[in-house]
Ligand binder design. Structure first.
Ligand code: SF4
Ligand code: SF4
Length: 198
């Protein structure tokens, strides 16, 4: 994937983030990273590892070593398809899929994800739309995501979008939430400021 390759260079100990492994391990499901024996089973079993710039085994090793920038900017955490194959096969019972989710959250919090990569933009737009209206709207969210990541693609998607609109499978109008929207916003804001609850 051109443009998403990580530039690798030798890093000195003082350039690493010593607190990064602890922050990741504090997130749900990611506590057992230190048990990794670097056997590589996760990478071997991962169906999309050949497309990743860092294999799952490397993500675990680099997270433990404090390579925060490299890990959070890698495309690996966004290409992970959450198939759980690595988690099932890991001989040390490490929940690698959950580790990938933890890293995604940190990458969004720190705005360290690859620019113009659709998945993090989609996650952010979904959150904003639900917070704003109390409802999701696939048509609007997909349109904003394409405009922010690859605007030219929008032209190619117009025929498909029109078909979905005609068939009633997509709407440009957002349904109104019937309950108390303020309560939902307070809940989402609370979770946003208390990251440990996520
Ligand atoms: S399968 Fe488990 S123990 Fe082996 S490298 Fe992956 S995370 Fe580490
Ligand atoms: S959960 Fe993600 S990292 Fe693990 S095998 Fe599946 S795609 Fe690969």
């Amino acid at each position: 994937m051109p443009g998403l390759q990580i530039q690798r260079r030798v890093k000195y100990q003082e350039e690493l983030d010593a607190d990064f492994p602890r922050r990741v391990a504090d997130m749900p499901g990611a506590a057992d990273l230190n048990r990794c024996i670097q056997c590589g089973t996760c990478s071997a079993t991962c169906p999309v590892s050949s497309f990743m710039d860092l294999t799952p085994r490397r993500v675990v090793a680099m997270t433990r070593a404090g390579f925060k920038e490299e890990v959070l900017r890698s495309n690996t955490i966004w290409l992970c398809a959450s198939c759980y194959s690595c988690t099932v096969e890991c001989p040390k019972g490490i929940k690698i899929t959950d580790v990938m989710y933890a890293l995604k959250r940190l990458a969004i919090q720190e705005r360290a994800y690859p620019r113009h990569f659709p998945t993090p933009v989609l996650a952010r737009e979904f959150f904003h739309k639900v917070r704003q209206t109390g409802r999701s709207n696939e048509g609007q969210i997909a349109t904003v995501m394409i405009l922010k990541t690859n605007p030219l693609k929008l032209l190619r998607q117009i025929p498909l979008g029109l078909k979905l609109l005609v068939k009633g499978r997509m709407s440009l109008w957002t349904e109104k939430m019937s309950g108390n929207k303020r309560q939902l916003q307070d809940l989402l804001d609370y979770m946003d400021t208390h990251k440990e609850l996520r």
